[in-house]
Design a binder for this molecule. Structure first.
Ligand code: GAP
Length: 495
């Protein structure tokens, strides 16, 4: 990884240029919540559109839906969130600060303690003499805390509901409706993009652990006996993926680079359906500006894997603080549909052509939007000493603005001509106009927010309808005809 990665600098730049800021800032701010400013929202929208194009539109049978953000308690009784979506917490006996017990232990002992009972964690805290990180006082016994955000639906407050902690459950509870409405046959997928909420005990690392965030999830439903086969696996069998195997983790080893088909042959990935998504995610993350070496798939260890899962692979991005999960990939079997069938009494099985009834198995890729954005910002940030300013090397397809338009000087009809060009380009791209300060300053401001193309209108423009087209990555310039601009830029923004 490049040495010039400096988290503070890229966050400062993103904040200064209005990508995002803390929510409710004028009242002191709310931990774990961020608001998107104009540039941040453009980036997020483009990321979502690109994801939708890649994982929904280019697929044969993946449908996108949008379900309610608030769901009744029954949904989460069935899904297991009410009992199992919990974190162990401990409170300082003096300053009352609350901490995640497992995080404190892992930081001190470097041992992984996920899944351990509260009594066991209390014992480890005592044995290792772990104190309050803020005031060094004694910590309380470890208790369990449910991460869902609770609310009430009726005026008498007797109808308990929750803000959804994942978009996935909406898909499972609507499964029958989708099946009937689309008349689709297995295998097929349902995607959902939208906000999720988790009452994280210690929100941290800017966009990494939030209380309000967004997900892009797909539930891919398959006939259980056909889980080994994916209809389009051939298209990705040669795609190289980086995997940190369980064996490598046990031996403190490194990642292995394998093609999707080698990963299957070596039985590292259990089936083509999971391998297909790992390969597609590899292609996708490279297309949004992450180098191949900047992310990997970590096969989760048995103790981290839910009992019903037959294989979890986290896509992790490398940051300066370490690797962090950004996409969870899970082979969830028939767990969710079965649980909702039991609780609701509604038959969620599918009748196959031969008359047999099956409860489909599910492979689920679950993407975090904010963590992905953080990864893009981190890996696209350039602290360019030669150029003299910082900038973001966003791929043109997701850059907030595609083009900046600059009249060389503000006289002799150059501004009017520039506004004509602006009008033409606005029909096709996100464009901004800047006529203040030197042209060098304007290029710097455009680079800072990752604008891939700059167009300067000068005296030759008036004479022969040509402009200079400046490329952000190389700072080189071409002279091009105004009538060719849309075609040239379109090809790059949509490649
Ligand atoms: N339906 C499966 C599911 O929700 P997850 O691993 O808990 O799986 C998927 O979440 C992704 O959602 C994570 O990889 C991460 O990118 C994002 N995510 C989860 N909790 C988050 C949080 N508190 N803040 C920001 N992103 C979060």
């Amino acid at each position: 990884m490049e040495k010039n990665k400096n988290t503070k600098s890229f966050i400062d730049l993103a904040k200064r240029r209005g990508f995002f800021w803390q929510s409710s800032e004028i009242y002191g701010g709310t931990s774990g919540m961020f608001d998107y400013g104009p540039l941040g929202l453009l980036l997020k929208t483009k990321l979502i559109n690109k994801w939708r194009n890649f994982f929904v539109k280019q697929e044969d049978n993946i449908f996108e839906i949008e379900t309610s953000i608030i769901q009744p308690e029954k949904v989460f009784e069935a899904s297991g969130h009410l009992d199992s979506f919990i974190d162990p917490i401990t409170q300082c006996k003096k300053c009352n600060s609350i901490f995640r017990a497992d995080n404190l232990i892992e930081e001190k002992t470097k041992e992984f303690v996920e899944g351990k009972k509260p009594e066991e964690l209390t014992k480890i805290i005592k044995e290792n003499n772990i104190k309050c990180p803020k005031c060094k006082s004694e910590l309380s016994k470890v208790k369990i805390f449910n991460l869902m955000v609770k609310t009430f639906l009726s005026p008498t407050e007797d109808e308990i509901a929750y803000l959804r902690p994942e978009t996935a459950q909406g898909i499972f509870i609507d499964f029958k409706r989708i099946l009937v409405a689309t008349r689709v046959k297995l295998p097929f997928g349902v995607a959902q993009i939208g906000p999720s909420f988790r009452n994280e005990i210690s929100p941290r690392q800017f966009l990494i652990r939030l209380r309000a965030f967004s997900q892009m999830e797909i539930e891919w439903f398959v006939v259980p006996e056909e889980i080994k086969i994916h209809p389009r696996f051939r298209e990705v069998e040669k795609v190289k993926i980086r995997i940190l195997t369980r064996k490598a983790q046990e031996e403190n080893g490194n990642e292995t680079i394998l093609t999707a088909s080698e990963a299957l042959r070596k039985r590292i990935v259990p089936n083509q359906n999971l391998a297909y998504f790992l390969a597609r995610e590899t292609q996708f993350y490279q297309s949004i500006g992450l180098p191949f070496e900047a992310f990997r798939f970590r096969h989760m260890l048995p103790e981290e894997t839910p009992h019903y899962s037959k294989g979890n692979f986290d896509l992790e991005i490398k940051f300066d603080f370490g690797w962090k999960e950004v996409v969870g990939n899970a082979y969830r079997t028939d767990h969710d549909l079965k649980k909702h069938m039991e609780k609701s009494g509604v038959d969620l099985s599918v009748r196959l052509d031969d008359g047999a009834k099956v409860i489909p198995h599910v492979v689920e890729p679950s993407f975090g939007i904010e963590r992905t954005i953080y990864g893009i910002l981190f890996h696209c940030y350039r602290d360019d000493k030669e150029r003299g300013w910082e900038w973001f090397a966003f791929p043109p397809s997701i850059a907030p603005y595609s083009v900046g338009v600059f009249p060389l000087v503000n006289k002799n009809g150059l501004q009017e001509k520039a506004k004509e060009v602006l009008k033409l380009l606005k029909k096709h791209f996100d464009v901004f106009y800047d006529d203040s300060g030197s042209i060098g300053r304007r290029y710097a401001r455009a680079d800072e927010v990752g604008t891939p193309f700059g167009i300067t209108i000068d005296y030759d423009t008036i004479k022969n309808n040509t402009v200079t087209l400046r490329y952000r990555d190389t700072t080189k310039q071409d002279r091009v005809k105004i009538e060719d601009l849309v075609k040239i830029i379109y090809m790059k923004v949509h490649s």
